[in-house]
Design a protein around this ligand. Structure first.
Ligand SMILES: [Zn+2]
Length: 331
């Protein structure tokens, strides 16, 4: 099944919200993580929400984010044909300065949803910038996520905010009404980047209050938690009951990627590195010695398979925690 439109994603989030489960929105920048995630969703019969940031789009496009998005979007669409669950692509943390990428994503239907992050601006500017993106996407079927409050930490290789500013429930109502967004990212104690569950003061009461205040005013938008990599399972489960249906994870996969590669190469060090006393003659490809590197260990596809497997196992666990297992609307 190819990746699906925002109107389908709206149904998926709506169903999740009504039933008290959510989705891990998993960041990708290259195919190994993507394939691990697709296999996890297949084994767990879960729909899948993928995310690309501006930085990841630039990375994939060798410096050009629009080409990078086209490449990744087409790659996902082609590979997803082999699977029978819903696959969605969200654009993560796009800024006012990424308007070219936003327009390409909408015009060329390259994504299911877009997050416009103007949370660092004043309330008025946040409303204005977010509204502009909502207006641009109108009628395209692409959902728009806005953010109110500031989430502490490092996002997409930049330090976003050194301090957290929590989302105010009343302000959230005004923000949703004035912008017309489809999803609202809130700041309730999670942090972008490496953070630990034990250090996170997750404000579950605030999530509940935001959710109830919005519902009372007829602004039932699903909530999004960024920086959820460090959340422990019980913290995650708590927020799912209060209207959170998208939990962003990036850092956790990055770490598992590095660990899978490191574990493999440490285990097969002798297949790659010449032993002591043997000259490191890469130019001559070790022709003067009896020792040879082992191709079946240094072929990049070998370590890539390990990475895909590790990402798959990690994601399966996270999908279990989010409750999206066996809930695909498309099988
Ligand atoms: Zn984020």
């Amino acid at each position: 099944m190819p990746f699906l439109s925002g109107s389908e994603l709206e149904k998926v989030y709506g169903q999740a919200n009504r039933s008290g489960y959510g989705f891990i929105a998993s960041n990708i920048a290259e195919p190994n993580v993507l394939i691990g995630l697709l296999r996890a969703a297949q084994e767990k019969n879960s729909d899948l929400v993928l995310q690309l940031s501006n930085g990841a789009s630039k990375f994939a496009g060798d410096g050009d984010p629009i080409r990078g998005l086209r490449v990744m979007s087409n790659y996902i669409e082609e590979i997803a044909e082999n699977y029978d669950f819903g696959v969605f692509l969200n654009m993560d943390h796009l800024k006012e300065s990424n308007m070219g990428l936003i327009k390409a994503a909408v015009d060329e239907k390259l994504a299911s949803s877009i997050m416009i992050d103007a949370s660092k601006e004043s309330f008025g500017d946040n409303v204005r910038i977010t509204r502009e993106v909502v207006d641009y996407a109108e009628g395209s079927g692409v959902l728009i996520e806005g953010e109110l409050g500031k989430i502490k930490g490092v996002e997409d290789e930049d330090t976003a905010s050194a301090e957290a500013f929590y989302t105010d429930p009343e302000e959230a109502v005004e923000y949703v009404k004035r912008t017309g967004i489809d999803l609202l990212a809130v700041s309730v104690g999670t942090e972008h980047g490496v953070s630990k569950g034990k250090d996170i003061e997750l404000k579950v009461d605030l999530v509940e209050e935001i959710s109830e205040t919005l519902a009372k005013e007829g602004c039932d938008v699903p909530l999004v938690l960024h920086g959820s990599s460090g959340l422990v399972e019980e913290q995650l489960v708590q927020v799912l009951d209060y209207g959170v249906c998208k939990l962003n994870k990036d850092t956790r996969y990055q770490y598992e990627y590095a660990r899978a590669a490191l574990d493999f190469y440490l285990e097969h060090k002798d297949s790659v590195l010449p032993p002591e006393g043997v000259k490191d003659d890469r130019e001559g490809f070790f022709s003067d010695t009896d020792w040879s590197p082992v191709k079946s260990d240094f072929d990049p596809r070998v370590v890539s398979r390990k990475i895909r497997e590790r990402i798959k196992e990690t994601a399966k666990n996270l999908f279990e925690q989010a409750g999206s297992v066996n809930k695909s609307l498309y099988t």
